[in-house]
Design a binder for this molecule. Sequence first.
Ligand code: SAH
Ligand code: SF4
Length: 349
Amino acid sequence: MVNLKALRPEELQDFIVSCSLPPFRARQLIHRIYEKGAESIDDIKEFSKQLREQLSRKAYISNLKLLERQKASDGTEKFLFELEDRLSIETVLIPDDDRLTLCVSSQVGCAMGCDFCLTGTIGLKRNLRSFEIVDQVIQVSKFISYRRITNIVFMGMGEPLQNIEEVSDALLRITRLIGISKRRITLSTAGIVPNLLKLPEMAPSVNIAISLNATTDEVRNTIMPINRRYPIKMLLEACRAYPLEPRRRITFEYVLLRGVNDTIDDAKRLARMLRGIPSKVNLIPFNPYRGAKYKRPDEDRVLQFQEILVNSGITALIRKSKGAEICGACGQLAGHNEPNKPDRGTRWS
Ligand code: SAH
Ligand code: SF4
């Protein structure tokens, strides 16, 4: 059986032609799947009953299975989805003024093993296929009765640049088939430098966010093992070389960990490091979870850190942690069914 959602648009067209059907049938399928959330071939209203039956003998449309939906008092919602192999992923919907942002996962777990991140503790189970990434957008749109998702961030489970092929294909489908502008999509990475440099050739030019999180290699090595392979200098050089579209900036994310990376010197160093890079900084006070070894700094320190950046001419925002009470905030996603259990053997380092 062929999963129609798993096919790229060209492949879907080939498949339709191989069934001796005219190519416009592929366009109708794409419209129904990506814009109308068709869950089965029976939902393709343009097809006659006979045609639907003919196609159903060879093909089907897969759907992420919703296991759980939780809503926090601030309006943030977390969706737990089951994949066909029973692993699970989480997707978070964050309403904010006039925006409705969807935070999607790109892998089941993550191999990067960042010390402050809950997803990091489960290790990598597997990469998501592009249709499993795109389906998070399709399914959530349906669950919210097609209220328009305005922004997408690749900040859920996983390191998107470690799954660059499937993520690039998902970006193509989200922009071209679902119709969300590349300017409203942000890919966040821990800094896999060679793939960061490859991305512009492979995918639409979406916004880039770098999880910097430290100002010295010494500290970054201890909290983000990937830094031992691609240290700060190399990462910032790649950022300087990154082909940004006009008026675009790179976002630097900085998780503030009390006593680890939150000193006044850190703030000053950060301001110096970013000189010459069109950038803005998102300060994220650490979101705690059960068993975490870090703490968030006091509010005064967070404000002081921000002030130093702002006084150096850098746009720096403090990111409110939405959805923390349902563990839907940054770094709190882990899925929770049996196959997702931690497996230290698959970590990066
Ligand atoms: N793997 C990618 C995207 C997912 S993580 C990346 O690391 O960029 C998204 C963001 O959450 C990253 O900036 C990460 O630094 C941050 N994060 C992880 N754990 C966190 C925690 N416990 N509290 C606050 N932010 C956290
Ligand atoms: Fe992976 Fe990002 Fe978490 Fe690091 S912060 S473990 S890269 S998800």
